[in-house]
Design a protein. Structure first.
Length: 266
């Protein structure tokens, strides 16, 4: 019988300098492949808006969509920790966040729920963790704010933005978050934030100094049609999807991914 990973195990992995490998999954077949290849964190991301639904962004993804895909993935995963995105505008108040997160956990089988943002979500993060719901933060490029950010650009480049991100990360940890995703952030800043926290920091386009890495599965299999600097097509050098996922996990563990050519900013 496979032992299910817990949020505590991830904190232990960080303390032991064991890099955490994470990929997205939205369906049973891929979720099983990822779990069999020891992907530690299986993220049911609202990126499903793009890769499953064909939309231009994540904004039309609903609670119904997230519960549907989360229940499928959590129904087959035996080892990995299942982290599920709370969709756009599903956590605009503490009461709404509590109600929707509870549904992702009870109906969707989520182990952890992920919310985007800093100061604006702190009260909700506190309330969720006080009610026993494990929370993952998400800072840097937060795709649910894409129109306000004005496009998919590296975040935290200037002094003020970097200082705000450092503070948000510490505040999220203090509010009870058990892990943090940093997306499209200069590698040096991401490393600094990772070292300042006791909770694991999982990077995407955030250099190689984070405690782990996450990619959208379709990007790392080279089938999303996107040429992303921070991603790598692992299927190009593999005989099967299983082998591609296994190669990704070992490249994250041994630190060879991301390589310097995948860094979006120093
Ligand atoms: O939705 C998603 O897949 C994500 C990752 C890009 C981190 O949030």
């Amino acid at each position: 019988m496979t032992r299910k990973l817990t949020t505590r195990n991830l904190i232990e992995m960080k303390a032991a300098n064991t890099k955490i490998a994470s990929l997205t999954a939205y369906d049973a077949s891929f979720a099983r492949v990822l779990d069999n290849e020891n992907v530690d964190v299986i993220l049911v991301g609202d990126s499903l808006g793009m890769v499953i639904q064909g939309a231009a962004n994540t904004l039309a993804v609903s609670m119904r969509d997230m519960i549907y895909h989360s229940a499928i993935v959590s129904g087959v995963v035996e080892r990995g920790l299942v982290v599920v995105d709370m969709p756009f505008m599903s956590y605009t108040s503490t009461a709404q966040a509590l109600g929707n997160a509870a549904r992702l956990v009870s109906e969707g089988g989520a182990d952890v729920v992920k919310l985007e943002g800093g100061a604006i979500i702190l009260e909700s993060v506190r309330a969720l963790t006080e009610h026993g719901i494990a929370v993952c933060g998400h800072l840097g490029l937060t795709p649910q704010s894409i129109h306000q950010l004005g496009g998919y650009h590296v975040q935290g480049r200037d002094f003020q933005a970097a200082a705000a991100m450092r503070r948000d990360a510490l505040d999220l940890q203090a509010a009870g978050a058990c892990m943090l995703v940093l997306e499209c952030v200069p590698g040096g800043l991401a490393g600094e934030i990772s070292r300042s926290l006791s909770i694991p920091v999982i990077g995407i386009g955030a250099g190689n100094q984070c405690d782990g890495q996450v990619l959208v599965l379709q990007d790392m299999l080279g089938i999303s049609g996107l040429a992303l600097r921070f991603s790598r097509n692992f299927l190009a050098d593999a005989d099967s999807i299983q082998q591609a996922v296994a190669n990704y996990v070992s490249a994250v563990r041994d630190g060879s991914f991301p390589a310097p050519e995948h860094h979006v900013a120093p």
